[in-house]
Write a protein that binds this ligand. Structure first.
Ligand code: IMP
Ligand code: MG
Length: 175
């Protein structure tokens, strides 16, 4: 530990942008209830901040997936470590993710969730790294920030499980 972190997106800018995206979601789902699915652990800070600004009726559920491989690159092989508690049948579902990188995790996950017959299924991500995408079929419905191809930490995102609690998005400086 003891690395220096350079701020990429400040806490203030994160909170401001999340409020804007929440307002759009309130508008789009004004006549329905929304079932939020948080992908643990990275999505948890974002989901909480987003949910605080939703004024429509909201329910929450959590799932945890792990991709086989090392910490900084996803292998495309995804395992459900903790499944949802509630069924998705007939619900308007919004998956809340921390970051879309290659898109492999989400491509797999959206496929699994679609087969549970939700009324609708959309994706909301805090960060998107479009330059890194290798999977075509991941449609991002709501994105707070597009970022360049850099490894970021904070606001839920980790490096070897550390830094998730930083209230901003930062880049680890190599010494
Ligand atoms: P994908 O399957 O390549 O899209 O990988 C997505 C997952 O990789 C995310 O949910 C994160 O857990 C992790 N990830 C990708 N990029 C970063 C990053 O810059 N910082 C921290 N975790 C990342
Ligand atoms: Mg994640």
């Amino acid at each position: 530990m003891g690395e220096k972190i350079e701020v990429m997106i400040s806490q203030e800018n994160l909170e401001k942008r999340i409020r804007e995206v929440a307002a759009k979601i309130n508008e789009d789902y004004s006549s329905t209830e929304l079932h939020l699915i948080c992908v643990l652990k990275g999505g948890v800070f974002f989901m909480c901040e987003l949910a605080k600004h939703l004024t429509i009726p909201v329910t929450l559920d959590f799932m945890s997936v792990s991709s086989y491989g090392n910490d900084t690159k996803s292998s495309g092989v995804v395992k459900i470590v903790k499944d949802l508690d509630q069924p998705l049948e007939g619900k308007d579902v919004l998956v809340v993710e921390d970051i879309i990188d290659s898109g492999r995790t989400l491509s797999y996950l959206l496929d699994v969730l679609e087969r549970r017959n939700p009324a609708s299924l959309r994706l909301c991500t805090l960060l998107d790294k479009p330059d890194r995408r290798v999977v075509e079929n991941v449609n991002v419905d709501y994105c707070c920030f597009e970022i360049p191809d850099e490894f970021v930490v904070g606001f839920g995102l980790d490096y070897a499980q550390n830094y998730r609690n930083l209230p901003y998005i930062g880049v680890i400086q190599s010494a």
